[in-house]
Design a protein around this ligand. Structure first.
Ligand code: SF4
Length: 313
């Protein structure tokens, strides 16, 4: 059998969110204003193409602040950093620009505020993800990570009267709800955020896949393996019974995936640039797709301001 693709259906919205747009722009403007090299702690966003493009323009990505020379300009990635990293960067005297997504900063601010009021925290998130390390690292103690429902039973808290829950911004909305329900069963007094921490971009991209996946024979997600929100989109489609693959770019597409498939859904994680979506569409056309259609969906208009010192004018 050979690929039998007729139509590509694009999820709306997909691709870059406001936090990713802002983070990339911060590095680009720092390069334009101060010249190369600009040091960036961790991948500015979890996308291979974006990171390689910025490397070519003069950005140097590091994990350890000891690898940054004195007096250099340093950008914190969109995922945010712990207080310890922030302190060390300041002590080393770098000129710092913070590309932490404002929606992650909002979680940090809430954690700090409730901590001053005596709260202890349960964080729902993925161990080892830099956003989780950054948020947990807002406090030196009293914040406990749960990755799934089973973890909830094992949490050891000092008290249950002042307990609050926070979540990573890029989780599966459905998984997070299930874990939160388990937290509430064990700790009925737990304080929830008035507005959930899972961000608008994660929610909208997952909602779009929920609409699209049942209507297509296969779903392709453009995103890098390290991208949390992209992985969640692929998992979601699979849970809905639709075969789904995540690709970093057009060369990852395998013709055999499309054997007997007529309708191909296409989306992109919040860190995947549109140029990759266009290249994937071109490849799908080469495999036989004759038309490309957009699903109706939410139009996102959110924009975040740049830090002082990098604004134009
Ligand atoms: Fe911010 Fe959400 Fe985008 Fe992450 S996915 S950068 S939290 S808007």
């Amino acid at each position: 059998m050979s690929p039998s693709i007729e139509e590509v259906v694009l999820a709306e919205p997909r691709g870059f969110c406001a936090g990713v747009d802002r983070a990339i722009e911060i590095v680009e403007r720092a390069l334009a204003k101060f010249g190369a090299p600009i040091y960036v702690r961790h991948e500015i966003v979890h996308n291979t193409y974006v990171v390689d493009d910025l490397k070519a323009k003069g950005a140097i990505f590091i994990e350890d602040l000891a690898d940054v020379p004195p007096g250099a300009t340093l950008v914190f990635s969109a995922h945010g950093v712990s207080q310890a990293v922030r302190r060390e960067a300041k002590e080393r005297g770098f000129s710092i620009f913070d590309a932490t997504c404002p929606l992650v900063t909002k979680v940090h601010v809430e954690v700090a505020k409730l901590h001053r009021e005596g709260y202890e925290f349960i964080m729902i998130g993925h161990k080892g993800h830099p956003e989780v390390e950054g948020t947990m690292g807002q406090l030196s103690e009293g914040i406990h990570l749960v990755e799934d429902v089973a973890d909830v039973a094992d949490v050891q808290v000092r008290q249950t009267e002042k307990l609050a829950v926070v979540t990573q911004t890029t989780l599966s909305v459905d998984d997070a709800a299930e874990i939160l329900a388990a937290v509430k069963r064990r700790f009925p007094l737990v304080r929830e955020q008035k507005q959930q921490d899972i961000c608008y971009a994660t929610q909208n991209r997952q909602d779009a896949v929920k609409l699209l996946a049942p209507k297509v024979d296969i779903l392709i997600v453009v995103g890098s393996p390290t991208s949390s929100n992209s992985n969640r989109l692929r998992e979601l489609a699979e849970r809905l019974g639709t075969e789904a693959y995540m690709v970093d770019g057009p060369s990852d597409l395998k013709p055999q995936w499309f054997e007997g498939k007529r309708q191909v859904g296409l989306t992109a994680g919040a860190s995947a640039p549109n140029i990759l979506v266009e290249q994937v569409i071109e490849r799908l056309r080469a495999l036989g797709a004759v038309s490309v259609r957009h699903m109706p969906g939410v139009v996102e208009t959110i924009e975040f301001p740049l830090p002082k010192g990098l604004k134009l004018g």
